[in-house]
Every structure is written in structure tokens, then in C-alpha cells.
Design a protein around this ligand. Structure first.
Ligand code: NAP
Length: 259
């Protein structure tokens, strides 16, 4: 039997094991997806575990998507640009990092029939997932992006990075952008608008957390349309699955497993 690990902290409530194990089973693959709860000081050790021959690769989540890069042999071009990795796979004896979060995010929006071109976007958070979301939206030609984060310097860093790769109108820590936003994306584990701001009634509000959060309920109360992170989970997972196994993922089985 071979394994795929989820490396992160906290991860006990993750739906990824149920989703991927259903997919492995459906294709008759002798692979198990297991949690490897990893606080920051154990990250190097966790990567050594992934390098063992019985392991096909891993997913990487909060809080390691950026810091994991230093322990890898290589990262693909997209992950190098965005500075974030959520998938580890092996090629020719090397451990490679990639990011499927942006692809999963855009696919989930397409499924929900949300048109992002020309959207005025606010992103809450500036961590690994925010990087993937910001670059994916810039590539999808949104009109503008405003990044707000608990640690303002990280929002500034991400805005500068996106600006270096794209002509998009991008700002950091400007809360006034919320008022005119057409798409608000929460990429933090604890979604909240800054005090004194409100959801615009016409906005679409997407929470990467994959259940119906208080943040989404508050958006709905304000008249906005709310979308949770379940679809993104499935589609980013399907792209990772292909990297580990070479097989197209059984997406409908994965949907069933997470629902
Ligand atoms: P990360 O790299 O550690 O970044 C976390 C971000 O959230 C940072 O901007 C951090 O702000 C902010 N944050 C953390 N705790 C906060 C709090 N209590 N209040 C306000 N801000 C807070 O983590 P990540 O890998 O990007 O993951 C972020 C979230 O997205 C997680 O909940 C994860 O499960 C979810 N996610 C879901 C999917 C999906 O498929 N649905 C995919 C990827 C991620 P600071 O910079 O100030 O620390």
C-alpha cells in the first residue's frame, strides 16, 4: 500500500481524507490518504516522511503553504510565481511542489456561474491560499483587487508581488474597497469584515472554509449571494489526485464523499 499525507495544523476536521480515499477506492488503487498533523517545528520531519518510498506525495495546508517551499527539490513555474504550494508529488526521484488552489477556486466559481471578468474583488487574508486566489483572479482579468489582512505588511507584500506580474489595479489594506466590491473572498479560517464595514447587497461572497460559516450567513442576511469552499475543495483535490496517480479523478465520487 502507498500513502498520501495531508500536512498542516490544525487538520483534524479536514474532509480531504474522506474525499481522496473514496476516489482511490473507486479506481481500485491501493493508496491511503492520511493526516500528518504538523506544527511548524515539525515541518522538516514531515517532508522527510513524504520522501519515503511508500509515499506518492502530499497536500500542504495552513500554515505551511509558503514555508514548505524551502524543503522541496523543485516547484513548478506557477507555484514559483505565486510563492505557494498545496501539492507535493514525485518525478524522477525529486519532490516537486505545485499549487492547485487557484484552479480549484476558479472552477468552483464557474460551477456557480459566477463571471469574474471585470469584477471588483476584495480578498480577506494574505496567506498561501490568498496568494493562489489573487494570482488566479488577476489572470482571469478582474477589474481590481483589494487585499485586507490582519497583518497589514503581508497584504502589502502580496499586492506588490501580484503587481510585479500583472497590470491589474491592486491595493493593500484599503477598507474602502469593500463598499464597491462585487466579489468578496475570505481566505482566512475566521472570516470577518473589518469593524464598521458592511457587505454590499449585490456582492458575491465566497468563503474558502468549506462549510456554511457565520461569515456567509452574515453575507446572506445583508442580501449578498454566499458560496462556500466545498467546490474548491473538490476541484483542487481532483487536480492534485491527477498529479499523484496519473489518473483523472472521479469528481462525482469526490463530491458525494464531501457532501
Ligand atoms: P495560511 O497560509 O496560514 O494563511 C492564513 C491567513 O489567514 C493569513 O492571512 C492570516 O493572517 C489569516 N488568519 C489566520 N487566523 C486569523 C484570525 N483569527 N483572524 C484573522 N485572520 C486570520 O493558511 P492557508 O493555507 O492560506 O489557509 C487559509 C484558509 O483557507 C484555511 O481555513 C484553509 O482551510 C482554507 N482553504 C480552503 C481551501 C478549499 O479548497 N476550500 C483551499 C485552501 C485553503 P496573518 O497574515 O495575520 O497571520
Amino acid at each position: 500500500m502507498t500513502r498520501v499525507f495531508l500536512i498542516g495544523d490544525p487538520i483534524a476536521r479536514s474532509l480531504s481524507p474522506a474525499m481522496h480515499n473514496a476516489a482511490f477506492q473507486n479506481l481500485g488503487l491501493d493508496v491511503r490518504y492520511e493526516l500528518l498533523e504538523t506544527p511548524p517545528h515539525k515541518l522538516r520531519e514531515a517532508i522527510a516522511r513524504v520522501r519515503a518510498d511508500d509515499c506518492l506525495g502530499a497536500n500542504v495546508t495552513i500554515p505551511h503553504k509558503e514555508s514548505v517551499i524551502q524543503y522541496l527539490d523543485d516547484v513548478d513555474a506557477w507555484a514559483r510565481t505565486i510563492g505557494s504550494v498545496n501539492t507535493l508529488f514525485k518525478r524522477d526521484g525529486k519532490l516537486i511542489g505545485a499549487s492547485t488552489d487557484g484552479e480549484g477556486f476558479l472552477h468552483a466559481l464557474r460551477d456557480a456561474r459566477v463571471e469574474v471578468q471585470n469584477a471588483r474583488v476584495v480578498i480577506l487574508g494574505a496567506g498561501g491560499a490568498a496568494r493562489a486566489v489573487a494570482f488566479a483572479l488577476a489572470r482571469a482579468k478582474v477589474a481590481s483587487i483589494a487585499i485586507l489582512n490582519r497583518t497589514p505588511a503581508r497584504a502589502q507584500l502580496l499586492a506588490d508581488l501580484v503587481r510585479a506580474h500583472s497590470p491589474i489595479d491592486i491595493t493593500a489594506n484599503d477598507e474602502r474597497a469593500i463598499e464597491h466590491a462585487t466579489l468578496i473572498v475570505n481566505t482566512t479560517p475566521a472570516g470577518a469584515l473589518p469593524p464598521g464595514t458592511n457587505f454590499p447587497r449585490e456582492a458575491i461572497v465566497f468563503d474558502l472554509v468549506y462549510h456554511h460559516t457565520d461569515f456567509l450567513r452574515a453575507a446572506e442576511r445583508a442580501g449578498a449571494r454566499a458560496i462556500d469552499g466545498l467546490g474548491m475543495l473538490v476541484y483542487q483535490g481532483a487536480a492534485s489526485f491527477k498529479m499523484w496517480t496519473g489518473h483523472d479523478a472521479p469528481v462525482s465520487i469526490m463530491w458525494q464523499a464531501v457532501q
